[in-house]
Design a protein around this ligand. Structure first.
Ligand code: FRU
Length: 499
């Protein structure tokens, strides 16, 4: 196996010596962000699924803790969520010291009492998330289904009072099922959403949350997040979303969130709403209880197409940067906007450019600094140019690089890792993904975070996001911007090393 131990990201969370997948139980409690996650405590491939645990106060510096909820003879502990049980509805804590309650999927093992099924179970913590006990009455909700999983629970204030609402999936039926409860133990069926839009794989890790549109508290819409694997636009795993309304019982997607099937019964995936147009943003869900009503999401930066083969050790897989999401009106439609939720403006740029005309030529930018992540903020008017392209993590020989290019003719932004370095570890890894981008008064706005083995691109103030893993050859630090076919104006550009 090829290893690249030097590509462990600086800003992105990785487990020290082990495997991780989905973020689980994202919750903010008493000033601390908790990131639990699907973890194999014994290896760096998927298996022995348990909840790993890390904490942070700024979403940037993470501390790894011992495994929080472990698999046992009976069950693997699959994905789920955590709520702060403020009213002590579960009886696991007290009103003065509310319990954190985890809702996770018991994937029952061969030979266990519930073998062959997946059902929802509880665990609780009365020491602010540091140690956990499984509830003796588990599981609390089953459907006799082998594919019922990934519960995301939130408190809902409806006209008839408040209750807990769960969204979970019937993965193979491409359905989100909704339930409600007063005490987190007894659940009542509410409704089903789906199949809808992308249905070419299992539906996993759903989420449902309200957000004001354009910051207007009197215009609140609901966002239903549905991760899908395989069957995402970019191939393999990805996250789609729907904008609509939730009345306490049923989620109804807006007409303009739904993509009608073509005459031959297929859905044009390009018209579905995607959280990310790249290959490596999956199982994304939001924090419970985040301060100031912020809605912050983290995804797993990987894709089941090749997840177990990434050329790293002893760790394997990283989380995405935390993203703050908002709803905004874009060309008359309500759409999700995503921005890094962490403080990135913390270093002095190593290079800034203002109002530079670039005619058919290449501008060298500072190399990526070993041991640092690289932040590139740019405002570029492509003008008469045909393409404006950043070459990132370029090999000194010039032979390899990750290319982020804007094509003025198609108005598409493409992230191309086909020649990014080590792509041979899996035949599904080499890829180029592109997204349509509308310029704002002729301006292309990019915020790019390059962090050892990943490139995340936030374009047009977060209207389009593209995230890809890359495994550059050692010493590949070169960075430049190249204008072809005319003259572009680099209105602003700043390159910063973040360590
Ligand atoms: C998504 C997923 C979930 C499941 C977990 C198991 O990546 O397949 O549906 O709960 O991973 O690790």
């Amino acid at each position: 196996e090829e290893t690249a131990p030097n590509v462990r990201p600086i800003l992105h969370y990785t487990a020290k010596n082990t495997w991780l997948n989905d973020p689980n139980g994202l919750v903010w409690h008493q000033g601390v962000y908790h990131l639990f996650y699907q973890n194999n405590p014994f290896d760096n491939v998927w298996g022995n699924m348990s909840w790993g645990h890390a904490t942070s106060t700024d979403l940037l510096h993470w501390t790894e803790h011992p495994v929080a909820i472990a698999c046992d003879e009976e069950e693997d502990v699959f994905s789920g969520s955590i709520v702060v049980d403020d009213g002590n509805t579960s009886g696991f804590g007290t009103v003065e010291n509310p319990a954190l309650v985890a809702l996770y999927t018991s994937a029952f093992k061969e030979g266990s009492a519930h073998q062959g099924t997946q059902a929802q179970s509880l665990a609780f913590s009365t020491d602010a998330g540091m140690t956990w006990s499984k509830y003796a009455g588990n599981p609390v909700l089953g459907r006799g289904s082998a594919h019922f999983r990934d519960p995301k629970v939130f408190r809902h204030e409806g006209p008839a009072g408040s209750c807990w609402v769960m969204v979970a999936v019937e993965a193979q039926s491409q359905q989100v099922v909704l339930y409600r409860s007063a005490n987190l133990k007894d659940w009542e069926y509410l409704s089903t959403f789906g199949p809808a839009n992308a249905t070419g794989g299992e539906w996993e890790c759903p989420d449902l949350f309200p957000l004001p549109v354009d910051g207007d508290p009197d215009n609140v819409k609901w966002v239903m997040v549905v991760n899908i694997n395989p069957g995402a636009l970019a191939g393999g795993s990805g996250g789609q979303y729907f904008v609509g309304d939730f009345d306490g019982v049923q989620f109804t997607a807006d007409f303009d969130s739904l993509v009608p099937a073509d005459a031959d019964g297929t859905t044009d995936l390009r018209n579905c709403l995607w959280l990310d147009w790249g290959r490596d943003y999956y199982a994304a869900v939001s924090f419970s209880n985040a301060p100031e009503n912020r809605r912050i999401m983290i995804g797993w930066m990987n894709n089941w197409d090749y997840a177990n083969s990434l050329p790293t050790s002893p760790w394997r897989s990283a989380m995405s940067l935390a993203r703050e999401v908002e709803l905004a009106t874009v060309e008359g439609l309500v759409r999700l906007i995503q921005r890094p939720a962490l403080p990135l403006d913390c270093g002095e740029p190593t290079r800034t450019i203002k109002n530079m005309e670039v005619h058919n030529s290449l501008v060298r930018l500072p190399d990526a600094v070993p041991g640092s992540a690289q932040l590139i903020d740019a405002e570029i008017l492509p003008g008469t140019a045909r393409t404006v392209a950043f070459r990132l993590l370029g090999a000194s020989s010039g032979s390899a690089a990750t290319v982020l290019s804007f094509d003025a003719i198609t108005s598409r932004l493409t992230l191309d890792r086909r020649n990014s370095g080590n792509t041979a570890f899996h035949d599904k890894f080499p890829s180029a993904e592109s997204a349509p981008v509308e310029l704002d008064d002729g301006v292309l706005r990019l915020r790019v975070i390059v962090d050892q083995c990943s490139v995340e691109v936030f374009a047009q103030d977060g209207r389009v996001v593209l995230s890809d893993l890359v495994f550059p050859l050692s010493g590949s630090l070169g960075t430049d911007v190249c204008v072809e076919g005319g003259t572009a104006i680099v209105r602003k550009l700043a390159v910063t090393a973040l360590s």
